[in-house]
Design a protein. Sequence first.
Length: 254
Amino acid sequence: MIGPMNQRRDSQAAVFEAIAPARAVDEIAAQVRQMIAAGKLKPGDRLPAERDLSGRLHVSRNTLREALRALEHAGIIEMRKGASGGAFVRPGSSGVIVNGLRDLYSLGAITPQHLTEARIWLSETVVRVACERATDEDLDELDANIAAAAKAHTAGDFDTRQALNREFSLILARATKNPIIEITMESVMGVLGRFIEQIGPSENPYTLPSRRRFMRHMRARDADAAVAEMARHLRRLHKDYLTRWTRRAATGAA
């Protein structure tokens, strides 16, 4: 957590250089990124005030604001209002990657078939590593997720059930103790959520039984059996998804 002292200080290690006007916005953003990479700017550091920073960079305040907006959209800085506000370097966040992958799906660069393959391939790695590294607390969290999903299924609550089913994969990814794997899975699940919204609700009587079989293998630390169970389930699930997607696309074309 960023303490109040960090929030109020300007970094003294960051020495900004004058910018060539033709590519001012890109160069400002590049300088900030380079300073973060070099450790001259750290999460919680505040950039100098607009008037001061625009003077150091030899650019207009409008140009500086455009560069700061670009950095904010990229998840690098956070703009805060008020007397103690300004531009602050953000801690690392997966949001930009998750949103970027979702945007690629919306633009058609990622297809449902790509999504199916990626989820199955990624899940094999996740399950193998999680089977080795998962703590008892991780396994208990997975069991609690299954119990909550069963309750939602009985209540006919499709939205909650689907959210919990996707959360199961995120819990597994966290159990690998690798943030890159966790962020990648979060991104795939973000796109999957969008995909499921498009194809709509359906009956799914086989996920819960598969989850329970899977957990028996996980608690036995039998990675091969756990991977096989997960792969069977995901292939069946995504075959159903793609069939419904194709039917929906054909109906839309008609």
